[in-house]
Ligand binder design. Structure first.
Ligand code: FES
Length: 104
């Protein structure tokens, strides 16, 4: 018997429930309405950004809006991927150097 968990699993979405999204130059299909950070990780996308000083790779860590390691740029605005849901035709990029939160 599977132990009870407070976390919800991402289950495979039917083809009709997938959104066409772009991450950089890569086209991906993500489950519509799911958490963006989780969906990008599920699609094998990592890192989400590079730190502006050393260029170290960063990706989601806390999944609750505290660490800012999941920053991505959507329509020119830097946002926390873990605080967003997947919508159709999202155009996602790594944040431009110098626009992040320092070298954390
Ligand atoms: S994963 Fe920590 S703020 Fe998004």
């Amino acid at each position: 018997m599977k132990p009870a968990s407070s976390f919800r699993e991402l289950t495979p979405a039917p083809e009709s429930a997938l959104a066409d999204v772009r991450f950089g130059t890569r086209a991906v299909r993500l489950p519509l309405g799911e958490n963006l950070a989780a969906a990008l990780l599920l699609a094998g996308i990592m890192p989400f950004r590079l730190t502006p000083v050393s260029g170290a790779p960063r990706g989601p860590f806390c999944m609750m809006g505290a660490c800012f390691d999941c920053l991505v740029e959507i329509d020119g605005v830097t946002r926390q991927a873990c605080m967003l849901t997947v919508t159709e035709d999202m155009a996602i990029d790594m944040p431009a150097a110098g626009k992040g939160d320092g070298d954390a």
